[in-house]
Design a protein around this ligand. Structure first.
Ligand code: PEP
Length: 251
């Protein structure tokens, strides 16, 4: 049985003060992690604070990115080894903003996926799809290729703990999510690709999330889809009230 997940992605938002008030705002109101896993992925600057403040709560903490080397002359980068030592559980990799603005390639993302596993954390691998690709019927090929490339060199035991997010960039930050059928199609496609690369048993264990304009008003319909194990949420995860609403709306 796959435990559903709600993961917040704060992107480049918040200060130490607002992190503290967020954590205090959700304290005591999170579900048992065996029923619903909740996580916040925060800017690197606040991760130690988050780990420390969430120590007594069923809240996991993730980074939004990392480098693929553990240490060395890589000015400005974040070490996956240091993230793991700081108590970070997840790292988002391959977000469409990283792919587009920072020109991250499938090859770099694959190296990062391997680095995250090597350091005993779990990647949340994002697969993007543009409206242009959808309109030219190229989206399936694009999503499948991102999954295959990201999982190169990942062994079966690692693969079963991977989290993969279907995040069409045309639905991110716009207020309107993809339709429930489009969401199911994308998540099903990801699971089938994992089955092709590994096998059905592993595909059945991998958690597949949807991301793109999820909010309290639409989360229920999205979470009810068969291949959707959870959601990756940007805007609606920034305030403690709406994060709690997302959780309480979970079926
Ligand atoms: C995201 O960027 O991962 C995301 C899903 O953002 P939003 O929920 O704001 O669309």
């Amino acid at each position: 049985m796959r435990i559903p997940m709600i993961v917040g992605n704060w992107k480049m938002n918040k200060t130490a003060d607002s992190v503290e008030s967020f954590v205090n705002g959700i304290r005591g109101n999170l579900p048992n992690a065996m029923q619903l896993e909740t996580a916040i992925c925060a800017p690197a600057l606040f991760l130690e604070q988050m780990v420390d403040q969430a120590r007594d709560m069923p809240l996991e903490v993730g980074a939004e990115n990392c480098y693929f080397e553990d240490n060395g002359p890589f000015t400005g980068e974040t070490s996956p080894y240091a993230l793991s030592k700081a108590g970070v559980d997840f790292v988002i990799l391959g977000h469409s903003e990283r792919r587009k603005i920072f020109r991250e390639t499938d090859e770099m993302i694959n190296l990062k996926v391997q680095a995250v596993f090597r350091n005993h954390m779990r990647p949340i691998i994002c697969c993007d799809e543009t409206m242009g690709q959808r309109e030219s019927n190229d989206a399936v090929h694009w999503v499948v290729a991102q999954v295959i490339e990201a999982l190169k060199g990942v062994d079966e035991e690692q693969a079963r703990t991977a989290i993969i997010a279907y995040e069409p960039s045309w639905a991110i930050g716009v207020g309107t999510p993809a339709s429930p059928d489009q969401i199911e199609e994308g998540c099903y496609l990801i699971r089938q690709t994992v089955a092709d690369v590994y096998d059905d048993e592993i595909a059945d264990e991998v958690r597949v999330l949807y991301g793109g304009s999820v909010k309290p008003a639409n989360i229920n319909t999205i979470m009810q889809k068969q291949d959707v194990d959870g959601v990756l949420v940007g805007n609606a995860s920034l305030q403690p009230e709406s994060f709690l609403e997302l959780i309480s709306n979970d079926p």
